[in-house]
Design a protein around this ligand. Structure first.
Ligand SMILES: C[S@@+](CC[C@H](N)C(=O)[O-])C[C@H]1O[C@@H](n2cnc3c(N)ncnc32)[C@H](O)[C@@H]1O
Length: 375
């Protein structure tokens, strides 16, 4: 049995769920955990949220092809955000952080789930030793201001931790040295962070979040791409893998007549980028689309820019660029920035997609390269 299934098995066995309860499985991935729980507790209602549009779509397809999961609904970014504003708060949130997730991101993800719970609601963190279960336990205690209980244990150092929202507990929040109220916690740890940078003598004040690439600053590779490509004459440009929106937003500010579409496979990234579009009042000519298939975006582009997801495997990258190529107008250009370590990988990807690729710019000091392919 693989790790994913083991986690789901232990969680399903140890998390107590009562009939009629509303449960959110946060970052549900491909649904292994959420669907296992939904199957075991058919009289309860399961909401599954996943920020990765590709995984969320494959989960939707699974649900559509089965009649067994009438108690399951996949919810969008917007629906998730609306839950705290309704009277219909949740009884339970279940979250299994992905492996190798940075602690500050896990912290943000726990905090994002907490306001969705009603008073007395239960938060379950499914973790294991190598994922840092002891640090997770401390973090959960701190963020909820309560003692944390271990409700399940299993092979591979798996643990299921339980924290109850605003429960009367043996220890006060001061014991943990944390703020007293939920509002103070939110203020102390606001997931949004400022990104301030200057480029082309223009100052940008934008926002980012812990889950996003280069969350505190304009990435050096992104800067090199922006500073070396002609941004002044495109008609319609695509920012492929926009993150919090650096490339598309700078391009739109430089080219006041240009139309820009920003796209990312992470709906969280698209939400932050979209808020940044509003901050700069660019909504008339800039839009943001969360999708796992850029072919679904309307129209075509004369320019595509990307600081690509260089860690992705070859097949994923070739598929991404093939889809992007379908959106490129005849004689349109795509520019991709890449650090030396990934240069030959990206060259191969672009060669396979466009049949030719050239180094357009090489930055000797930083080892970043800008590649160009044309249609
Ligand atoms: C290296 S980051 C660059 C972010 C941003 N453009 C910047 O320069 O700061 C790559 C981005 O690509 C996104 N991504 C990964 N796979 C993708 C796909 N198949 N379609 C669209 N975006 C994708 C990631 O979520 C991530 O935000």
């Amino acid at each position: 049995m693989n790790q994913k299934h083991l986690g789901a098995l232990i969680a399903t066995k140890s998390i107590p769920i009562h009939d009629g309860e509303r449960i959110l499985v946060f970052n549900s991935g491909d649904g292994t955990l959420g669907l296992a729980m939904a199957e075991r507790f058919p009289k309860s209602h399961f909401l599954l949220y996943e920020s990765h549009v590709g995984m969320s779509n494959s989960l939707l397809r699974k649900l559509q092809s089965s009649s067994d999961f009438s108690n399951v609904r996949v919810i969008s970014e917007d629906e998730l955000a609306r839950i705290p504003q309704t009277d219909n708060l949740l009884d339970v949130v279940v979250f299994e952080p992905r492996r190798f997730t940075a602690l500050d991101l896990t912290r943000f993800q726990i905090l994002a789930g907490k306001p969705l719970l009603k008073q007395g609601g239960r938060y379950y963190l499914v973790t294991h030793k190598r994922a840092g279960s002891s640090r997770h336990e401390k973090m959960l205690a701190e963020l909820f201001g309560v003692d944390v209980r271990t409700v399940g244990k299993g092979r591979g150092g798996y643990k299921v931790l339980e924290a109850i929202k605003n429960s009367i507990c043996s220890r006060s929040r001061q014991d943990f040295g944390v703020p007293e109220t939920n509002e103070q916690i939110q203020m102390e740890w606001n997931p949004r962070r400022k990104v301030h940078f200057e480029i082309f003598d223009i100052e940008f004040d934008l926002e980012s979040e812990p889950s996003l690439f280069s969350k505190d600053d304009l990435d050096l590779g992104t800067r090199i791409l922006l500073e070396n490509v002609n941004l002044s004459s495109f008609e319609r440009m695509l920012d492929l893998g926009c993150g919090w929106g650096a490339i598309g937003l700078v391009a739109a500010v430089i080219n006041k007549n240009g139309h820009v579409v920003l796209t990312d496979i992470e709906s969280r990234a698209a939400k932050v980028a979209s808020d940044n579009v509003q901050r700069l009042s660019l909504q008339d000519r800039v839009s943001v689309i969360a999708t796992d298939d850029v072919r679904q975006i309307d129209g075509s582009f004369d320019l595509i820019l990307s600081n690509p997801p260089f860690h992705a495997d070859m097949v994923t990258l070739v598929n991404l660029f093939k889809a992007a190529s379908d959106k490129l107008k005849k004689n349109g250009s795509i520019y991709v920035v890449v650090e030396k370590t990934y240069l030959s990988k990206l060259q191969k990807v672009l060669e396979q997609t466009f049949r030719h690729v050239k180094v357009y710019y090489e930055d000797m000091n930083t080892n970043f390269f800008v590649l160009i392919s044309r249609k």
